[in-house]
Design a protein around this ligand. Structure first.
Ligand code: DON
Length: 566
């Protein structure tokens, strides 16, 4: 009888253990997409419900938010190939439960062989096809160095964090609708950029539910598992990248790869109406212009104006215009140019910037230039919070969708086209219409200016809002509007994510609005003299709100994005 009892006990234990194990093993073939969840312990929201699930499985295994962010980022490199990446770069903002705020810069760098006028033809005209769609568009990738830089704050071994990504690459996963469509859209470009068709190309169109298996990528990830950052920047992978560049007449060498380093920087930290905003410093423009925008609009009674009204949209557009004019003139890699950051965000300077603001008159970008200073459609964002009060906000990018379109032969991953974020020539707009000058001119080993704005808003030094989005130059304005929507207009995170966004970036002198933007407000703005351009969706904003011990995670309806928690 005792033996029977022991046997039943053992069988029960086996079933229990194996079912727990099963819960933690990520199955790329079964997932559920939820746009809003409310949980108590931890949550991840990202462009892919599979990647969010990977992050939460790490939290459940005792990992902290940083562990979960690393695993999510690696999974996104597999299941969201248009933007999740190991061949690109990005930025993380980390808040540690003990109160420390950290910014990790893993932005791509210009290769050592890059030069200021490398995209100009003999007549001095900028050749944007070279900065956007050519092997010369590729910056030295930073994502893998960024992941290893954040390992300093992780708890679990790297092996454990990368395994779900390896499994997803090796065993495959099913494509969501947006992912399938984007692979179809990029097919011709991928065929043009690669001598051998990469795994992302197949004869018949991709459909929702199709399987994508990436064996070469799985092997590249295994080399990272076994040899750390060197498994990417040196050895077989490093050689494959350099060989690809050499074959294509690109610039990146083994030396460039070996020398790449991620940097820990001091985040931009400022008060906004009793909350502490923590965001990304240079070489992203995001944190600085977010601070400028929030502080400029706080000079008026924004809360009273309400969302989407003539008054609030006009004020916020004028604020955005001024911030972007400064971006074009002053901002660039702080390791290369002196940027007057303190002045740009000072109350006195911003007050002067707003002195010609008139709520009854449309502004214009001819009269609004940068301030006077006396002084020397693919990226992806995800948020994580854990049960202990750690939070991570990460935006990472290949720049354009699928980056340069160049897949490293034998290594199975896409290289970025981030060089286009430099100013190819003063005044010539890049793919996001952003213009720049000397501060963002190309130089060997310099980081190109970014708009990515991973942000954590703290209340009483605890995470309150974790937010970010892709969207090129619309990133800082979407983050700005999301914070205003939640803090000033008292919206729920879901309302803030769902509500139509607008965008003014100095040049072109236009207010872009999403197509479901309030029609009356559009008419009123036009009457005032504003040029309005209705465009496709703006960003894929992911938000986690932590309030009264509840964690509300919201994934943007604008994409396949999904929130997971427990
Ligand atoms: O760093 C930047 O600002 C750009 N490379 C981001 C590109 C982007 O967000 C594209 N996404 N839709």
């Amino acid at each position: 009888m005792n033996q029977l009892k022991t046997l039943v006990f053992l069988i029960l234990m086996y079933v229990l253990i194996s079912s727990c194990g099963h819960q933690q093993k990520i199955n790329g073939y079964h997932f559920e997409t939820r746009k809003e969840i409310e949980v108590r312990r931890g949550a991840v929201v990202s462009a892919s419900p599979i990647a969010s699930q990977v992050g939460v499985s790490i939290l459940r295994q005792g990992g902290n938010a940083i562990d979960a962010a690393i695993a999510t980022q690696l999974a996104l490199a597999v299941v969201h190939p248009s933007a999740g990446n190991i061949g690109g770069g990005g930025f993380s903002i980390i808040h540690l439960k003990k109160g420390q705020n950290i910014a990790i810069d893993f932005r791509e760098k210009a290769p050592g062989g890059a030069s200021r006028d490398m995209y100009l033809d003999s007549n001095g005209n900028a050749q944007l096809n070279l900065s956007q769609n050519s092997p010369l568009a590729v910056g030295v990738p930073g994502s893998v160095a960024g992941i290893f830089a954040s390992m300093k704050y992780a708890k679990l071994p790297f092996k454990k964090l990368i395994q779900p990504a390896i499994d997803l690459a090796e065993n495959g996963f099913v494509l969501a609708q947006g992912e399938a469509e984007s692979l179809n859209d990029i097919k011709e470009h991928l065929l043009k950029m690669n001598a051998v068709a990469p795994v992302y190309v197949k004869d018949s169109p991709w459909k929702t539910g199709d399987t994508l298996i990436q064996k070469d990528l799985a092997n590249t990830l295994k080399r990272m598992r076994d040899y750390g950052a060197k498994g990417f920047y040196e050895g077989e992978t490093g050689q494959l990248i350099a060989a690809q560049m050499k074959k294509d007449n690109g610039l990146i060498t083994e030396e460039d790869l070996k020398n790449y380093q991620a940097k820990e920087r001091s985040p931009i930290v400022f008060d906004y109406k009793g909350n502490t905003v923590v965001s990304m410093p240079l070489p992203s423009s995001g944190g600085i212009i977010l601070e400028q925008m929030l502080k400029m609009s706080a000079m008026e009674n924004l809360g009273k104006m309400n969302y989407g009204t003539l008054a609030s949209v006009q004020l916020m557009s004028e604020v955005e215009r001024r911030a972007f004019a400064d971006r074009a003139k002053y901002l660039g890699d702080p390791d290369f140019v002196k940027v007057p950051v303190k002045t740009l965000v000072s109350d006195a300077y911003l007050k002067k910037r707003m002195s010609d603001y008139d709520p009854n008159k449309a502004g214009n970008s001819k009269d609004t230039k940068e301030g006077y200073i006396i002084e020397g459609e693919e990226t992806t964002h995800f948020d994580v919070v854990d049960k202990d009060g750690n939070a991570v906000s990460v935006t990472t990018t290949l720049n354009g969708g699928f980056g340069s379109g160049i897949v490293v032969k034998g290594a199975g991953f896409l290289l970025n086209n981030e060089m286009d974020d430099f100013s190819a020539k003063p005044g010539v707009p890049n793919m996001f219409g952003a213009v720049g000058g000397e501060a963002n001119a190309i130089a060997p080993n310099k980081r190109m200016l970014s708009s990515m704005t991973p942000t954590i808003v703290l209340k009483n030094n605890q995470p309150y809002i974790v937010v970010g989005t892709p969207g090129g130059t619309t990133i800082p304005t979407s983050v700005y509007q999301t914070i205003v929507d939640m803090v000033d207009f008292k919206m729920s995170p879901k309302q803030a994510v769902d509500s139509p966004k607008f965008h003014q970036q100095w040049l072109p002198d236009v207010i872009f609005v999403e197509k479901d933007f309030n029609k009356n407000t559009i008419e009123e703005l036009k009457k005032m003299g504003y040029k309005i351009s209705v465009r496709g969706s703006i960003g894929r904003t992911e938000v986690i709100e932590v309030k009264d011990k509840k964690i509300i995670a919201v994934a943007d309806y604008r994409g396949d994005d999904g929130a997971v928690g427990y």
